[in-house]
Structure formats: C-alpha cells, structure tokens
Design a protein around this ligand. Structure first.
Ligand SMILES: C[S@@+](CC[C@H](N)C(=O)[O-])C[C@H]1O[C@@H](n2cnc3c(N)ncnc32)[C@H](O)[C@@H]1O
Length: 216
C-alpha cells in the first residue's frame, strides 16, 4: 500500500521542510482488506465517512478529534483530491481517503469490527421508484454495518430526503442489532458541505444515529 502525491506543502522549501505524504490510499489490491497499521502512523479508534464529497466535514472533525483516525470513501477523483489537499493543509496525520465504491469498501476492504463509527451524510437519494435499489442504506445495510463496526459502534445518518430517511429508520429498527442514540453535540454541530448548502436555502435536514448493541 502506498500513498499518492508527495508534493511539498505549498510555500515550503524541500530543503528545510520534508514533503508531507499524500493522504489518498493507493490500493495495491481490491481483494485484501486494508492493513490499518500500515495506513495510519498511530493506532486510534477509526471512523469512516461513506461518500465524503469534498471532505469539509471530515477535515473539521479530524481536526477536532486528533484521538481518532478517519477514512473518507468517495468515488469521484476530484473530490478525493480535495480531501488530500485540505487534510495536508491542515497537517492531519489522522485522515486518509480511499477512492472506491462505498458498499464495496465496507464489505471487502474494511477489516471486520474495525470502525467505531460510520458517517453517512446526504447519500444520493435515488428518488425514482426504479432506482430505489441503488440506495446505500437499504435492507441489507445494517448487516454490512454490523460486520464493519466494533461492538458499541455507531452509524450516523443525515439526509434531506424524507422518504430515504424513513427507509433508514425502517431498516435499522427491523432487527435487534442496533438501537437509536443521540448524536453528540460536538459532532452534531459540524455541518457537511451539502448540509450547509441546504441550510442556506432553508431546506430542512433530518438526522438519526444507531448504535450496535454491546455484548452482554
Ligand atoms: C450528495 S453528496 C454528499 C457529500 C457529503 N457527504 C456532504 O454531505 O457534503 C454524495 C457523495 O457521495 C458520493 N457517492 C455517491 N455514491 C457513491 C458510492 N456508491 N460510493 C462512493 N461514493 C459515492 C458522491 O460522489 C458524492 O460526493
């Protein structure tokens, strides 16, 4: 596993300041789970944002929680490059980006029970009936999340789409593995890029969080 892009930080002289390594994980294999000890310089609880967009939320949160490691998963190259640029500018050693499809990442690349939290903010709503099957948070998702999360791990959800929100609640209340919890204020107070845009336009957004049961 290597990291892309070792451009020097803008303005720094390579003779006096070593280039900060890029934050985009360049996958050597899409068949083997990530070696998290190789991805991060320090072992800390891991949180993952699926569909992280321009990573503005993740960069703010990683700056606030230096005691945690963060991975942003995003399929668009331009957006994952923004994670890289913003994260390096902020000097974050606890943030990485992976350019890949979210559910594939969760199922095959994230080691089992590795995540303390999954953040899913404003996933594509796929409102047309024939496209509903493309939604990330569907009836199979809680089982996929259960495998990815450590005991007591939490899934945080936000959307502007009421129908999708109802689907999220339905799938997480269907089984007994998860129970609803509050979002901590330090997390709830950080808007994502899309959320900030909705707020500017007066569009209501919806939130929920579900915690995986701790073993008895
Ligand atoms: C509506 S945006 C929200 C971005 C960010 N979470 C926010 O709230 O500002 C959805 C993001 O998810 C990404 N995305 C959509 N489907 C994806 C998938 N299957 N795998 C990875 N990323 C995906 C899109 O490229 C886009 O950046």
């Amino acid at each position: 596993m290597t990291f892309q892009n070792s451009n020097p930080i803008a303005g720094a002289s390579p003779a006096t300041a070593p280039a900060q390594p890029g934050l985009i994980v360049e996958l050597q294999s899409i068949l083997a789970p990530l070696d998290l000890a190789e991805v991060f310089p320090q072992s800390r609880p891991l949180e993952v944002e699926l569909g992280c967009g321009d990573a503005s939320f993740l960069v703010d949160y990683a700056r606030l929680r230096r005691d945690r490691n963060f991975i942003g998963v995003e399929r668009l190259l331009g957006r994952i490059r923004k994670l890289d640029r913003k994260g390096r500018r902020a000097g974050l050693d606890n943030l990485r980006g992976v350019r890949i499809e979210s559910s594939y990442f969760l199922r095959y690349l994230l080691p089992s029970n590795a995540a303390a939290a999954l953040h899913i903010y404003f996933p594509d709503p796929w409102p047309k009936r024939r496209h509903l099957k493309n939604r990330l948070v569907n009836e199979r998702f809680p089982e996929i999340a259960r495998r990815a999360l450590a005991p007591g791990g939490v899934v945080y959800l936000r959307t502007d789409d009421r129908n999708y929100f109802e689907q999220m609640i339905t799938v997480f209340t269907a089984g007994s593995a998860f129970h609803p919890v509050d979002t901590p204020p330090e997390l709830g107070g950080l808007p994502t890029d899309f959320e900030a845009d909705f707020q500017r336009h007066g569009v209501q957004t919806l939130r929920a969080a579900y915690q995986l049961q701790q073993p008895a």
